[in-house]
Design a protein around this ligand. Structure first.
Ligand code: NAD
Ligand code: LMR
Length: 341
């Protein structure tokens, strides 16, 4: 048997727990992939009333796994009850896009979910509460949730761009014919959408500048701009086309890694990508939930600075941030922003 936890159990709320990503996430969370092998988990599964029975089925399967780290599992269809005492929120529950849709098309369909959940978090979550929003459009949904939770520090509401980070690592490794373990220093900036900027300016391959290694293979900045960045930024649509549905297991894996890294910390001298409320760093307007390179330690994170953003990068970051600002304006017009906005 694996070791049973040695620290107190933590309460984790998973929304959309009967959905595809939820289903792919909860078993690994119960096996220790979220909080590590020392911490038992109390899972609180939130679903809409129509899917609550299916979530009961997921809970039954979780029990059937006899996971040593699973302290309890409960099902809710009421956000207030689901977030009572919650320490970690995996905000997955939302409609995924289908072929031909852009993530922005989901704005009005999904935004309402996050105002209600933000209020529930404000009223009942633990002081240590942290959230990662997976449901799209993830950055703006995190902004909405934070705006409805004025008593929770805004920086605790983050959104998932770790999947984009992983995709970029994999594509860079393929382009350079190395293992992903040889690749480091990638940064994702801006929105989790086709406008995101995948930054290779600090990336390394086997310790050498990635752009230098790519150039040796005849792949220049033009290739990065015309092929590499769109390959990563449009990977979600490519998966929908090829798999016939939006990404699931890779998204679940990224969400688990996002929280694990946040809690455990990044390795010395390394960073990851997370969408977090901007502090105004790198000229990105304060409060906008944008992806940044971040380091994590002791349960917190910090945007990596100083970082000399060159002209090429600046234009691409600004384009994605402009999209985030437009999304913010759109949800403000829909009356979806709460008291902190
Ligand atoms: P899915 O349709 O399989 O599951 C979504 C689940 O959410 C459903 O079971 C639904 O009943 C539930 N739900 C809806 N509203 C809810 C609410 N108010 N409270 C609780 N549960 C609610 O979809 P999926 O494939 O699991 O995708 C979920 C979301 O994640 C989508 O918005 C998708 O676009 C997004 N996504 C994000 C990323 C990322 O990297 N950020 C990656 C992949 C997918
Ligand atoms: C993804 O990046 O795979 C998800 O955001 C799903 C999508 O709609 O692209």
């Amino acid at each position: 048997r694996d070791p049973v936890g040695t620290t107190p159990a933590a309460t984790v709320t998973v929304t959309g727990a009967a959905g595809q990503i939820g289903y792919a996430t909860v078993f690994r969370a119960a096996a220790g992939a979220l909080l590590g092998p020392a911490t038992p988990v109390r899972l609180r599964l939130l679903e809409v009333p129509q899917a609550a029975r299916a979530a009961e089925g997921v809970a039954m399967e979780l029990l059937d796994g006899a996971f040593p780290l699973l302290a309890s599992v409960d099902v809710f269809d009421d956000p207030a009850a689901a977030f009572e005492g919650s320490e970690v929120g995996l905000l997955i529950g939302a409609k995924p896009r289908s072929q031909g849709m852009e993530r922005a098309d989901l704005l009005s369909a999904n935004a309402g979910i996050f105002s209600v959940q933000g209020r529930a978090i404000n009223d009942g979550a633990a002081d240590s509460f942290r959230a990662v929003v997976v449901g799209n459009p993830a950055n703006t949904n995190a902004l909405i949730a934070a705006s409805h939770a004025p008593d929770v520090p805004a920086e605790r509401f983050t959104a998932l761009t770790r999947l984009d980070h992983h995709r970029a690592e994999a594509q860079l490794a393929i382009a350079c014919d190395v293992s992903v373990n040889d690749v480091d220093g990638i940064a994702i900036w801006g929105n989790h959408s086709a406008s995101q900027y995948v930054d290779l300016t600090r990336a390394t391959v086997q310790g050498r500048p990635a752009e230098e290694v790519l150039a040796e293979r005849g792949l220049d900045r033009q290739w990065i701009d015309d092929f590499f960045i769109p390959k990563v930024a449009k990977r979600g649509a490519e998966i929908i086309r090829v798999r016939g549905g939006s990404s699931v297991a890779s998204a679940a894996h990224a969400a688990l890694r996002h929280v694990r890294t946040w809690l455990r910390g990044t390795d010395e001298g390394r960073w990851t990508s997370m969408a977090v409320p901007s502090t105004g760093a790198h000229g990105i307007p304060e409060g906008v939930v944008s992806s940044f390179p971040v380091t994590c330690s002791q349960g917190g994170y910090a945007i990596v600075e100083p970082w000399a953003v060159d002209e090429f990068s600046r234009a691409r970051i600004d384009r994605s941030v402009a999209e985030l600002l437009a999304e913010r304006e759109a949800v403000a017009e829909l009356g979806l922003l709460g008291p902190r906005a």
